[in-house]
Structure formats: structure tokens, C-alpha cells
Design a protein around this ligand. Sequence first.
Ligand SMILES: Cc1cc2nc3c(=O)[nH]c(=O)nc-3n(C[C@H](O)[C@H](O)[C@H](O)COP(=O)(O)O)c2cc1C
Length: 172
Amino acid sequence: MLMSDSPVIEAIYGRRSVRQFLDGAVARDSVMEALKAACWAPSGLNNQPWRFAIIWDSESKNALGALTRYSETIKTAAVLVVVFLDRDASYERTKDCQAIGACVQNLLLSLHAMDLGAVWLGEILKNGERVVELLKLPDRLELMAVVAVGLPAHRNQKSHRRPVEELIVLEK
Ligand SMILES: Cc1cc2nc3c(=O)[nH]c(=O)nc-3n(C[C@H](O)[C@H](O)[C@H](O)COP(=O)(O)O)c2cc1C
């Protein structure tokens, strides 16, 4: 099989951040399926330090929206997946954060594979403790990301990447 025919490669190149959503429901089963795939990310010692809150209700979405510049995206998303590091499950912070990054990327690619739109929101991390309080969650949880999910309003989002040749700092 040519690499370009691989669904994994298609998803990596085809996925774009989606910040505008149509009205319309997202099935809970789809979210659960994407989260299951997200959890197959690698983690150091397989410690699986990620935890998730799934937010459907408008009241909570509006309150979370007030904690970030990206309130429109948050408020119009069908559902938010709020991703935390569980400090009690942590063994080495840098490695745990790397694992959670891999988990969020799996989540985004899985949602893309289901034709759902999503964006990784990090700007809200400046209010991480307030997010934990607002959701009445224990303070062993540290906010890592909010993933806004919905039906994509359009698919013409453009993005770019620097040529990989510019990014290689050593080859010998
Ligand atoms: C750690 C992290 C934080 C991000 N935070 C935000 C954010 O707060 N708001 C937003 O609109 N996009 C956010 N993004 C999405 C990036 O802007 C986006 O991935 C980048 O511009 C590349 O575009 P693409 O995902 O469409 O390829 C974030 C992405 C990452 C990995």
C-alpha cells in the first residue's frame, strides 16, 4: 500500500482545527469511541495520566466560555472534552504532559475520522484552576486542554507547515 493511501496518513494531513460549528447533535457514542481511541496513546510506564470531563450542558459551556477569548467556539460546540492530568497518577510531569499531548492528538484524529470538527483549545489554561473549581472537580486534576467538538460549519480551513528541511538541526 502506498503511504498516501493509508487512512492514518489521510487523517494526519486532512485534519484541520475547526472553530465554527453548525447547530446539530453529536452522538454520545461517537464521543466515547473517540475517547477510547484517545486512550490508546502511549504513556510513560503506561500510566495513562489523562482524565476527561464531558460537557454537554449550555450553562457549563457558557461559564467555561467566559474564561477564554475563544468563548464563541466553546459556546457553539455541541460538546466539550475537558482534558486533565491526574496528579495522583503522575510519575514525571514532562512525560505525563507529553503523553496527554499524544492522547489529545489521537482524540482529534479520531473525531476527524468520524467527520466531526474539533479544535484543541489551550488559551483557557491561564484559568486552569478556575475551570477545575467551576466543574467542582478535585484539585488533583490539572487542566491540560479543552477540545471543542461539533458539526463543522465548513471544511475550507487552511493551515501551513514549515518545510521539514528547515527543521532538521542535525543529520550525519
Ligand atoms: C497546545 C495547543 C494549544 C492550542 N490553543 C488554541 C486556542 O486556544 N485557540 C485556538 O483557536 N486554537 C488553538 N490551538 C490550535 C492551533 O491554533 C492549530 O492547531 C494550529 O494553528 C495549526 O492549525 P491546524 O490544527 O488546522 O493544522 C492549539 C493547539 C495546540 C497544540
